[in-house]
Design a protein around this ligand. Structure first.
Ligand code: CUA
Length: 348
């Protein structure tokens, strides 16, 4: 029996490994100042929960073993001073604990301004300090990411992979194109909702280089679970190099396969929804693919970005992510498909 359980566990683990599935890291494993602040409250809540639960269970066990019998054998509660239990355990302790949590929570909220700029007339200092560096737009079911710049020609659009310079706070404006979503990278910050018509702000800072898994944290439809984001914190010079590389237009295909692939991409349905800068493909309803080859994952950070998953995604997106906007494109020949993937993979 045990062996069978282990076998099942191993196959589940294997299946998870095969899909390239990444689990969210714990919000106790903090890698940034905001997450660090939140984790203190979290630790306090967890410890209080454990202590109070333990006391409750001990009292319960005590009451259970102290005396057996039915109601008629027991004194009514007002005969033995039992009101104290209600006054202290039911009112005083919850009042103290909940008041501490309430004040602490309000204080934390104040530390994380989520409303940055309500129109240009707002000259509050926070408005200035929350000038966004990055705009993230939520879609069913992926993240559109714009790296903003006063010089618009330097702006870059990408998707599902958020790069950050280590040790520098980055102001992010959060919008949604459709329903409510919630931006959550547990190791860096708490959740901040993306609300239609109401931009919110979050200031992200990673204290050390690394990759931090994120996940949409507000139910937003069929593929809510496959709406992930990967935050990659890099040393500032590496980040700048990455950003400069992203500013370049899509790579010119060098091989015959990639050249043929570009033809297919531009002539087929791909270019109606996707953009590859430097080509006529300028669709804006789907992720920008100018540097798709540089990203680790596809389908909102869900499947590995390799030949096999790309081919599967192009032909059977509706099986891999039912109800996503990406249709099944089953009309390509095997060679056309390979060319198309060759083109996408060299868009580094
Ligand atoms: Cu987007 Cu849940």
């Amino acid at each position: 029996m045990l062996r069978r359980c282990l076998g099942v566990t191993a196959s589940i683990a294997g299946a998870i490994a095969l899909t390239g599935c990444h689990t969210l890291e714990s919000s106790f494993d903090v890698h940034g100042p905001a997450a660090n602040q939140i984790s203190h409250l979290e630790t306090f809540m967890t410890v209080m929960f454990i202590v109070i639960s333990a006391i409750m269970w001990l009292l319960f066990a005590y009451a259970f073993y102290r005396r057996r019998g039915d109601l008629t054998e027991h004194a009514p509660i007002d005969a033995g001073g039992g009101e104290m239990w209600i006054a202290v355990g039911g009112l005083a302790i919850p009042l103290v604990v909940l008041s501490i949590l309430f004040v602490w929570g309000l204080d934390l909220l104040r530390a994380f301004p989520i409303h940055g700029m309500h129109g240009d007339s707002n000259h509050h200092t926070m408005a200035h300090s929350m000038k966004p560096d990055i705009l993230i737009v939520g879609h069913q079911w992926w993240w559109e990411i714009h790296y903003l710049d006063d010089d618009h020609s330097k702006e870059v659009t990408t998707a599902n992979e958020l790069h950050l310079p280590v040790g520098q706070p980055v102001n992010i404006r959060l919008e949604t194109r459709d329903v409510m979503h919630s931006f959550w990278v547990p190791q860096l910050h708490g959740k901040v909702d993306l609300i239609p018509g109401q931009p919110n702000y979050v200031r992200l800072e990673a204290s050390e280089p690394g990759e931090y898994q994120g996940q949409c944290a507000e139910y937003c439809g069929a593929e809510h679970a496959r709406m992930r984001i990967l935050a990659i914190a890099q040393p500032p010079d590496e980040y700048e190099a990455w950003l400069n590389a992203q500013r370049r237009p899509g790579a010119e295909p060098a091989t015959d396969a990639a050249k043929a692939g570009r033809q297919i991409f531009l002539a087929g349905p791909c270019s109606m929804c996707h953009t590859v800068r430097g080509t006529p493909a300028g669709g804006s309803v789907a992720p920008d693919l100018t540097h798709i080859g540089s990203r680790q994952m596809i389908a909102a950070n869900y499947y590995k970005n390799n030949d096999a998953w790309l081919e599967a995604w192009i032909t059977h997106a509706q099986s891999l992510k039912p109800e996503a906007e990406m249709p099944d494109l089953t009309h390509f020949t095997g060679e056309q498909l390979a060319d198309l993937v060759a083109y996408l993979r060299q868009l580094q």
